[in-house]
Design a protein around this ligand. Structure first.
Ligand SMILES: Cc1cc2nc3c(=O)[nH]c(=O)nc-3n(C[C@H](O)[C@H](O)[C@H](O)COP(=O)(O)OP(=O)(O)OC[C@H]3O[C@@H](n4cnc5c(N)ncnc54)[C@H](O)[C@@H]3O)c2cc1C
Length: 471
């Protein structure tokens, strides 16, 4: 017997006839608990998440999504939506819900002349990069190639090109989605501009996205990128270098600071494996000769223990950090937006890096300042346009027995670092236990308008397995 929880919290039995009818109307496969494929479909990137949906439907296209939303609405069923499954809080999966698994909706259509790409909602960043690079173009996406485009874009999204072009969501021309009334709509600045405003930051609160249209920019195929690492004793000087470069380099050059134990990667000598290091990951999408010259500032600094900054394909750059983020490990994050890269803040980051509890954990500092500030806070729901950078205390470990000490490490560091915050935080980095207060911090003054639009487009809070906008 299949039961699915409804939005009042009661279990509803799904009759075999209804299931057969649903199956006939959808192109994708349906998985019941116990079916081969059920466990694979509910497993997400964060191994801390172990939730069991009542039923999973693989949606291949918009028609499947319309069918599923209508099926759920008629019965008041709770749904959850899986994109790339990379959300730290595991928002893609909910116990006893009807799960729409979008991962197989992976079409990418690039119009090279107009410099736009239409991407189905199940694409990963890598799916989009590979096809857009065939045209020498790229969308403004994030740092790890197997992250889902939809979760990332709906929360704002940032990556190596954010300093040049702003949030990922600033570079979206239109979004196709199925709203709570079961209707398929395409929204843009011209069509339902209020809903389009909400979708660019408001997460999965407003519907099931089926396609995103991105603006593209000429990039690559080769760029200057890679990583460079120094011994941990050089960390204060390395972070000062990072501050200086971020203050003076053009927005084409993005440098991410990292503090962690050296992984056993081939580009790092065996004698530093397991030792604390300070590293900078760089991607410069500007003119390649000029980018090469700019990289010299990094390459000639001090005595690096490893340096793989070089000409490389943009697609390769975009997956450089993938091996550090494997599926199924245990993860816990704490993060804040920063108004500046203060010396005292860097010293605090470094002090907490010394207490790292796992060889996989890292403290990361991403630059955001630049094009974000070209638009007003109220341009779209994501806001936070005065942000200089964002830190992420990224705890990562293997064994459940180590949960407590790794989580404590991240929380302790965050408690001390909060005083440097703008008061805002990135909605896509919020963990499971971060609720109403943190959602308010993520949206600031834009929350009130988001609440109004939630009441207009989803008054029953049908879309609730997300960082929920109160109705
Ligand atoms: C390793 C790693 C690297 C990351 N790097 C970056 C980065 O560089 N830049 C950045 O900005 N963020 C980054 N993130 C954060 C990322 O943006 C969020 O985790 C985001 O939620 C991931 O989207 P997803 O589709 O993979 O997630 P999922 O877990 O599948 O979904 C996340 C949320 O989005 C909703 N959602 C997904 N698909 C749809 C849909 N079709 N319609 C409506 N709602 C949907 C889900 O319901 C859920 O609420 C990273 C995360 C990880 C784990």
């Amino acid at each position: 017997m299949i039961t699915i929880r409804n939005i009042s919290g009661d279990n509803v039995e799904i009759k075999q006839g209804d299931l057969t009818a649903l199956s006939g109307l959808t192109r994708g496969v349906i998985f019941k608990p116990g079916d081969p494929g059920y466990d694979e479909s509910r497993a997400v990137w964060n191994g801390m998440i172990d939730r069991r949906p009542g039923l999973i439907i693989r949606c291949i296209g918009a028609a499947d999504v319309v069918t599923c939303v209508r099926f759920a609405r008629e019965r008041n069923l709770q749904i959850c939506i899986r994109g790339g499954g990379h959300n730290i809080a595991g928002l893609a999966v909910s116990d006893d819900a009807l799960m729409l698994d979008m991962r197989h909706a992976k079409g990418v259509h690039v119009d090279g002349e107009k410099r736009i790409a239409y991407c189905q909602a199940g694409c990963t960043l890598g799916d989009v990069d590979r096809d857009t690079q065939l045209h020498g173009l790229a969308a403004v996406l994030g740092f790890v190639s197997n992250t889902g485009i939809t979760g990332l874009t709906l929360g704002g999204g940032f990556g190596y090109m954010t300093r040049r072009f702003g949030w990922t969501s600033d570079n979206v021309n239109s979004i196709e989605l199925v709203t709570a009334d079961g209707q398929l709509r395409r929204v843009s600045e011209q069509q339902s501009p209020d809903l389009f405003w909400a979708l660019r930051g408001g997460g999965g609160n407003f519907g099931v996205v089926t396609e995103i249209e991105y603006e593209l920019y000429p990039v690559g195929p080769e760029i200057i990128g890679g990583g460079i690492a120094w011994r941990f004793e050089d960390a204060p000087a390395v972070f000062e270098l990072l501050r200086e470069i971020n203050a003076t380099a053009p927005p084409e050059m993005a440098c991410v600071g990292a503090l962690r134990r050296a992984p056993p990667a081939p580009w790092l000598p065996p004698e530093v494996h397991g030792e604390l290091i300070a590293a900078i990951f760089v991607c410069d999408t500007g003119n390649i000769e000029e980018a090469e010259k700019r990289a010299e500032q990094l390459k000639s600094f001090g005595k690096p223990v490893g340096d793989v900054i070089m000409r490389r394909p943009y697609v390769g750059q975009q997956s450089l950090l993938d091996p550090t983020q494997p599926d199924g490990r245990r993860y816990y994050w704490k993060s804040e937006y920063l108004p500046a890269q203060e010396e005292d803040m860097c010293a605090t980051l470094i002090r907490h890096a010394e207490k790292i509890q796992s060889p996989h954990s890292a403290i990361l500092l991403f630059p955001l300042h630049g094009a974000l500030g070209d638009l007003p806070t109220e341009h779209s729901a994501v806001g936070n346009r005065g942000t200089h950078s964002v830190f992420n205390i990224a705890a990562s470990w293997d064994e459940p027995a180590d949960d407590e000490r790794n989580i404590r490490w991240a929380r302790d560091a965050w408690q001390e670092l909060r005083r440097f915050s703008t008061g805002g935080t990135y909605v896509n980095f919020l963990t499971d236990e971060e609720g109403e207060d943190r959602i308010r911090e993520a949206y600031g003054d834009n929350l009130d308008r988001l609440m109004e639009l939630k009441r207009k487009y989803d008054p029953d809070n049908f879309f609730r397995t997300n960082k929920n906008i109160p109705v």
